[in-house]
Design a binder for this molecule. Structure first.
Ligand SMILES: [Zn+2]
Length: 413
């Protein structure tokens, strides 16, 4: 069993080929937004890659690409995968690594004439990057989609999911049929780039993910009064920007008092009104995104943000209101899978680190229906969602080998 090893050249060749679909030579980034033409071409390419290897593959009603060794329907599978859609001008490895490493695992098992008791099934979940505000493919699979959502979901430009699905030859309402009986999945393991700086900084090739951060998104408004910047005395203003600046200044204290080392609070988008150099800004609207891996900590952070914003509003004569756009619970990974991944890394003599995932992944949804885990490999300088995203090939190989041995163990035991 220790002779099992992935063939890096095959995996590399697949990663390079897929990167060409939606690649822009000017930005050097790849753009395959969910349910666009490039995304559809990538799904077709992947299905053909499975078939070219003699494997069975199909695209389900939600646009998920599925591949496994044999056509006959198993009663249970060990699942792996990730996604092949991308953000605008993304890099080579986000999502694609987990899917193509899954394909490589199928090839290695075939080359060694291994027919596992439980077949390995590889997924490219559709629309993971959230163009339509969710992780549509995996949510369809686990039965979380509703007809209302399918009909109303749209992207930031108002383009409707249902129209894009039809343009890709899919009937939107039939996406509900992609639902799979939860008992079908014996387990799920996803290999993904870390997309953060931790592994690169501590120089370890393998991350064993213990939990995926929960995340909430608010739109906050502080409303005061616009006024002439020359005539309004400093002590008689209702300056919305001063309220925001004051809040930003309080973020480290909120985290120190209510948070953990895994907490994150980010003001990412600010709209100051009216936005003139000589006018005291009367209103500010900003996004506030909070994250933590513990439910209670996440709640405490949210409560504290609300209290601090109320106090700041009083101090600066502002009105405070907020809308909660989303609240996604943190998702712990399975202890069994965490242990299994760590054991395989140790057996392969690969230094590894137990860590949380700050970003969301398909695994957080699979974890609701089966024992799930994730393997991280280092992102050089922590860069992702950008053309500069990079992971050294030797780390790709190490991560894929940990995936191979973990899946082999689960599928043959
Ligand atoms: Zn991803």
């Amino acid at each position: 069993m220790s002779t099992l090893a992935i063939n890096l050249e095959r995996l590399k060749s697949d990663l390079l080929s897929l990167f060409e679909i939606g690649y822009n030579p000017e930005t050097k980034g790849v753009t395959r937004l969910g349910f666009t033409e490039a995304d559809t071409r990538a799904k077709q390419w992947l299905k053909e890659r499975f078939e070219h290897e003699g494997f069975w593959s199909y695209i389900d009603q939600a646009g998920n690409v599925v591949g496994r060794a044999k056509a006959e329907q198993p009663s249970q599978v060990v699942a792996t995968g990730s996604h092949i859609d991308s953000v605008i001008s993304g890099g080579m490895f986000d999502g694609t690594l987990g899917v193509l490493a899954g394909l490589e695992v199928l090839r290695v098992l075939r080359d060694h004439d291994i027919t596992p008791a439980t077949p390995v099934e590889v997924y490219a979940f559709s629309e993971e990057e959230g163009r339509f505000g969710g992780m549509m493919g995996v949510q369809a699979l686990i039965g979380e989609l509703t007809p209302d959502w399918l009909m109303s979901a749209h992207d930031v430009n108002g383009v409707k999911l249902q129209d894009e699905m039809r343009a890709c030859g899919l009937d939107p309402m039939r996406a509900l049929e992609a639902r799979v009986d939860p008992g079908y999945f014996k387990s799920y393991i996803e290999l993904h780039i870390e997309q953060g700086p931790v592994l690169d900084t501590i120089r370890k090739p393998i991350g064993v993910v213990e939990s995926i951060s929960g995340v909430y998104k608010w739109i906050v408004r502080l409303i005061g009064k616009s006024n002439h910047a020359g005539t309004a005395p400093m002590n008689m203003r209702s300056d919305a920007f001063m309220g925001l600046a004051n809040f930003a200044n309080e973020i480290p204290r909120i985290i120190a008092e209510e948070g953990s080392d895994k907490s994150r609070l980010t003001v990412g988008k600010v709209d100051l009104k009216p936005g003139h150099a000589h006018t005291v800004p009367g209103e500010v609207e900003f996004t506030l995104v909070g994250r933590d891996t513990d439910c209670d900590v996440m709640q405490a952070l949210a409560d504290s943000c609300r209290k601090v914003l109320s106090a700041i509003a009083r101090k600066h004569n502002l009105m405070f209101e907020f809308e909660q756009m989303s609240w996604l619970e943190p998702q712990p990974m399975s202890d069994t899978i965490i242990k299994l991944i760590a054991e395989q890394a140790t057996r392969l003599d690969l230094p590894h680190e137990h860590m949380p995932s700050g970003a969301g992944h398909d695994a957080q949804h699979m974890a609701k229906v089966t024992q799930a885990g994730m393997i991280f490999v280092p992102s050089v300088n922590g860069i992702s969602h950008a053309p500069d995203e990079w992971t050294h090939w030797q780390d790709i190989e190490k991560g894929a080998n940990v995936l191979l041995h973990s899946l082999h163990k689960l599928a043959t035991e």
